[in-house]
Design a protein around this ligand. Structure first.
Ligand SMILES: Cc1ncc(C[n+]2csc(CCOP(=O)(O)OP(=O)(O)O)c2C)c(N)n1
Length: 347
């Protein structure tokens, strides 16, 4: 698998592909708005970290097309399984952006109600969410539902055992899962060449008997077409798909990472002209001012929502871990409560 599916060239001109139709311009305009908001969210979250309002933020700047497309192709009953880097996808799915950032502020395990939104908590352990995604998808099949699950991971996560178990199970049981691997070229400081000897990560899906595609991950139109087709196939009983998105992380891994230690400015500069926003904007013939007010409104909401001091109840640490708490968790919760009460007693 060498040629990535592409519908738009980096300069916004059409790159015809006989297998995939160009999505409708009205849909592209709506999704372009999401790209603009996603970019603003990435920038504002970075600023909030610098102001001490967020503990950490793994930016998806440069990867917004993958983020928007992953959520946009899902139907209301479908599920999204995101990672720590997929905040923009979670917001595109309809979750309140302030709630999403609660986890990264350190207030909550999650910040939103997964069941309400059909969005699993953003996973920090690499690739564990892929097994959970497959489990939810298989359970839906057993219940006779046509639910589709979109499972996101990075290139580094494909080196984890869980990735391989998830693909194998999904293939054997025909689980309705779409695996989207955002190949942003680095697992923190480890380049892809030191993660995998395969020519493409999409080839890994083929080994398991999973239909797989390599897509230009900075081309929103191509992502919508390929992921949309994969969701349709899964919903109609056609089983899993793996999509590798060829993209690049423009920012550092997180604010705690110094990317200059493992990559050159020249390499980053090579990717800048492939910006997914600029490409879609050129295709749609927009000036760049469109949706600016919406983006500023989002940024203002984030600033306001994260400027208040929160006082989370420590007992909530134990809530939602299991539907029925284990005896060990109950003991730990009791110990914590006793310690907190002892601290409150006057000396
Ligand atoms: C099981 C596990 N091992 C190690 C880590 C530490 N870790 C956090 S992010 C990361 C790199 C992940 O890279 P990739 O999967 O390419 O995703 P990206 O961060 O580039 O989106 C590692 C090794 C972890 N979170 N979980």
């Amino acid at each position: 698998m060498t040629e990535a599916v592409r519908l738009l060239n980096p300069d916004g001109t059409v790159h015809p592909d006989e297998r995939y139709a160009m999505p409708d311009p009205a849909e592209l305009r709506a999704r372009y708005r999401s790209l603009v908001l996603g970019r603003r969210l990435n920038e504002q979250a970075g600023a909030l970290v610098r102001q001490g309002k967020l503990a950490v933020y793994p930016s998806s700047l440069g990867q917004e097309a993958c983020q928007v497309a992953a959520a946009a192709v899902l139907r209301s009953g479908d599920w999204l399984f995101p990672t720590y880097r997929d905040t923009v996808a979670v917001v595109e799915r309809g979750v309140d952006p302030v709630e999403v950032l609660m986890m990264l502020r350190g207030d909550w395990h999650c910040g939103y109600d997964p069941a309400t939104h059909h969005v699993a908590p953003q996973s920090t352990p690499l690739a564990t969410q892929l097994l959970h995604a497959v489990g939810v998808a298989h359970a839906a099949t057993l219940k006779g539902e046509d639910t589709v699950v979109m499972a996101l991971c990075g290139d580094g996560a494909t080196s984890e055992g869980d990735f391989h178990e998830a693909l194998n199970f999904a293939a054997v049981f025909g689980a309705p899962v779409v695996f989207l691997v955002q190949n942003n070229k680095y697992a923190i400081s480890v380049p892809l060449a030191r993660q995998s000897a395969a020519k493409s990560l999409a080839d890994k899906g083929i080994g398991y008997g999973v239909p797989s595609a390599l897509v230009d991950g900075n081309d929103l139109a191509a992502l919508l077409a390929v992921l949309g087709e994969a969701v349709e196939r899964a919903a109609s009983g056609g089983g899993p798909t793996l999509v590798e998105a060829d993209t690049y992380r423009i920012d550092a891994h997180t604010n705690a990472d110094d990317a200059t230690r493992y990559r050159t400015d020249a390499e980053v500069d090579e990717w800048r002209p492939r910006d997914p926003l600029v490409r879609m904007r050129s295709y749609l013939g927009l000036s760049g001012d469109e949706f600016r007010d919406d983006a500023e409104e989002l940024a203002a909401r984030l600033r306001a929502g994260l400027s208040t001091e929160s006082a989370p109840d420590p007992a909530e640490l134990f809530a939602h871990v299991y539907a029925t708490p284990t005896p060990q968790l109950t003991t730990q919760a009791d110990l914590l409560r006793a310690e907190l009460e002892a601290d409150e007693e006057p000396a």
